[in-house]
Design a protein around this ligand. Structure first.
Ligand code: ZN
Length: 298
């Protein structure tokens, strides 16, 4: 779905990139053939290549219109970035801003940019290249970043943090997509649960990165929950112990994933992860031994 209403809020999807990315066997830590065979029938089709098992993936952002604000959630890989650790997302020239315009928004329309976490494929459009300088893409926006990630990924803090799992793959993003925002004083660094507005709540869900957070949109009692990379694929709904190889702290990532699934089921929220293909969003329903996905719009 590219546009969905949640109470009075309207959520628009803006796609940056689509393709296949790894397989369940190579992406997930904790993968087993037995668990895969049991859960694959629930998610095959639009989420997995039928012949190769390659994961069908997206880089996509979301514009949420709620309470008079236009909020952009996650900003993809961006154009023109040098990415030696992940050439797939380097030197892109996607029409992302044209697609944003097609959804009805110019960069100046965006009031708030929120990153679910700081990773190379979630921060890219924070900035764009202008005469050799990285400048904010969204000139009026306040940017909201998780403080634990802003400290963890800053190369200037390398001595304070041990070698990171994502060190190589994430090389470069902080200096071209985060620091230019921090240096202009237009970022707010957040830690701990908080209500940003009457309709937007941030809650920590650490593990994938130290600062990973969920963003819950509430309107007229309906909820949508943006969960970033707490899940990369619907297979993790049936297998919440499966981490991605990009999760920094495995034990905390598993605990956060279970807690987020519990809450999505409890609240009957539409859960919107960052990289899902298919409908790009699901509901989470309890089953006899855990959770299963259900259509967002039954
Ligand atoms: Zn991530």
């Amino acid at each position: 779905m590219d546009r969905i209403r949640v109470g009075d809020a309207v959520i628009h999807r803006v796609e940056e990139w689509r393709g296949t990315f790894m397989t369940p066997q190579t992406l997930f830590v904790g993968y087993s053939d037995e668990a895969y065979a049991a859960s694959k029938p629930l998610v095959a089709g639009p989420y997995l290549d039928g012949e190769t098992d390659a994961i069908d993936a997206r880089l996509q952002s979301w514009v949420v219109e709620v309470g008079g604000l236009r909020v952009l959630i996650d900003t993809g890989a961006g154009n023109d970035k040098t990415r030696p650790g992940i050439p797939l997302f380097g030197n892109l020239r996607t029409p992302f801003l044209a697609r944003l315009a097609a959804a009805g928004f110019t960069p100046a329309d965006i009031d708030l940019v929120i990153c679910t976490h700081l990773h190379v494929d979630h921060v890219g459009w924070n900035t764009r290249l202008d005469a050799g300088e990285w400048v904010p893409t969204f000139p009026r926006a306040r940017y909201v970043f998780p403080l634990p990630d802003a400290e963890y990924w800053d190369p200037r803090n390398r001595e304070r943090y041990p070698p990171k799992i994502g060190e190589e793959v994430n090389a470069g993003f902080f200096d071209d997509s985060v620091r230019p925002i921090l240096e202009r004083g237009i970022a707010e660094l957040v830690a701990g649960p908080q209500d940003l507005t009457a309709h937007l709540r941030l809650e920590p869900a650490p593990g994938h990165t130290p600062g990973s957070q969920t963003i819950t949109v509430t309107s007229r009692g309906r909820r949508a929950m943006f969960v970033g990379d707490i899940l990369h694929h619907p297979l993790q709904i049936m297998n919440p112990s499966w981490n991605s190889i990009f999760c920094e702290d495995g034990a905390r990532a598993r605990a956060s994933r279970r807690a987020v699934l519990e809450r999505a089921a409890e609240d009957e929220a539409i859960m919107i992860p960052a990289h899902f293909a298919g409908d790009h969003m699901v509901r989470v329903v309890r089953s006899s031994d855990g959770f299963v996905p259900a259509p967002a719009n039954p």
